[in-house]
Design a protein around this ligand. Structure first.
Ligand code: HMG
Length: 391
């Protein structure tokens, strides 16, 4: 099998929710100085799913334009990465497969390791394309980040889905070897099966993330990766956008790099535009950062971009992508902006009501209120079976 095959991200599309909670509204409710949200954590607003939205509807909305543009003939694998799974057995990807009418001759599977899952999915997809370059892999990352109401973590919620088509001769980004890898058994953030909201050691999670940055970079160097100076930009997992700044400063100080504010802004500033408005989308967050970079940067032809994927618990990976000349023809800048701008702002009481909603568990027939104006909706639940429909 050739080692010099170009494989990577051919197309990327994202979706988010029907509703949005501006941080100004949250700050007014809990008496927080807005500077803490806007400057301290670097967040402007957070996406809130409607009663009839979830990881499946967001994922299908993200993937539909990818399938419409590229067709589905070559897609023989769908890997769905999430940590907001709706079923312990069935992959959420199987619902998406049906909603999009993908070919039956396909394998569909769900992957989990907190926010890192989508990077594992991308790497597994690349492996499959290496084996057969005529195939393409649909990688989907979809998550709803939910913490307890009135907890410090509440301000770092959010929701979004990213769909990426992985294939040979990609249109957007060639993914290179090697990767730097790091795993450590830490309880910085977790969600036991019996809970709807995540548990988190806020300060400890930031320390664990920074330790992982150190771990992946050391391994990346050992594997013969590129020197820091070769990178034009860096995309980080962004639980809140300020975390990308903390992480990049940490990486630079490890390597003796330039920690000047302007240099850091040039390296990561553009990657935070969508995450600042969407909030933490867990598995999707890193790739929302990539979308924001590609949509806004002047010219990235042949430029190297560093990717730092972190998932609590914890697993992390640093890898490199090179932006493919002509990538602009494949961008979805207007649609990406529209996905964010079309959201309807919620009053605090409306947000709180949505946060407290959960699907009935009695096995009866329950219809969900029709709230979303997106292309797919969760129509209801009957006999413990979720029912999805195009809208
Ligand atoms: P907190 O206790 O509300 O906030 O928790 P704080 O007191 O630490 O303040 C936050 C920042 O705002 C500080 O800046 C303050 O100084 C600043 P820093 O010292 O960090 O640079 N600040 C202000 N700035 C300007 N004007 C003001 C002002 N007041 C304060 N008036 C925390 C914040 C993020 C910990 C909390 O929201 C939380 O627990 N979030 C969830 C955990 C999290 O996101 N962890 C990130 C790393 S783990 C990760 O990325 C994985 C994850 O995505 C899950 C997965 O992998 O699946 C979470």
């Amino acid at each position: 099998m050739p080692n010099d095959l170009d494989i990577g991200i051919h197309d990327l599309s994202f979706s988010t929710t029907e509703f949005v909670l501006p941080h100004t509204v949250l700050a007014e409710h809990n008496g927080t100085d807005i500077g803490k949200y806007h400057v301290g954590i670097g967040q402007r607003s957070l996406s809130v799913p409607a009663a009839d939205e979830d990881i499946v509807t967001m994922a299908a909305a993200a993937a539909a334009p990818v399938v419409a543009r590229n067709g589905s003939d070559q897609i023989r694998t769908v890997v769905f990465a999430t940590e907001s799974s709706v079923d312990q057995a069935k992959s959420a990807g199987v619902y998406v497969h049906a909603l999009l009418g993908l070919p039956p001759a396909a394998r569909v599977v769900e992957l989990k390791q907190a926010c890192y899952g989508a990077t594992a999915a991308l790497q597994f997809g690349i492996g499959l394309v290496h084996r057969d370059p005529t195939q393409r892999v649909l990688v989907i990352a979809s998550d709803v980040s939910r913490y307890d109401l009135d907890s410090p973590a509440e301000a770092t919620q959010g929701a979004a889905a990213v769909a990426m088509l992985v294939g040979a001769n990609p249109g957007l980004v060639r993914v290179e070897a090697p990767s730097g890898l790091f795993t450590a058994d830490v309880m910085d953030f977790w969600r036991p099966n019996y809970r709807d909201t995540a548990l988190v050691d806020g300060e400890g999670s930031i320390i664990a993330y920074l330790q992982a940055v150190e771990g992946v970079w050391k391994d990346y160097e050992r594997q013969g990766g590129r020197p820091l100076e070769e990178f034009r930009a860096f995309c980080y997992h962004q639980p809140f956008t300020k975390m990308a700044y903390k992480a990049h400063r940490h990486l630079l100080s490890l390597c003796g790099g330039d920690t000047d504010k302007g240099a850091i802004e040039r390296a990561i500033g553009l990657t935070t535009a969508y995450n600042a408005e969407v909030g933490n989308s867990y598995t999707a967050s890193l790739y929302l950062g990539l979308a924001a970079l590609l949509d806004q940067a002047d010219d990235l032809n042949d430029e190297a971009v560093g990717f730092l994927s972190y998932g609590s618990g914890s697993v992390a990976e640093f890898f490199t992508g090179t932006v493919v000349p002509g990538y602009r023809e494949h961008l979805r800048t207007a649609a990406n902006r529209e996905a964010i701008d079309r959201r309807t702002p919620l009053a605090y009481a409306e947000y709180r009501e949505l946060h407290q909603r959960s699907l009935p568990t009695d096995g009866g027939e329950h219809l969900t209120p029709a709230q979303t104006t997106g292309p797919f909706r969760l129509a209801g639940i009957r006999d413990h079976k979720r029912r999805y429909e195009p809208r």
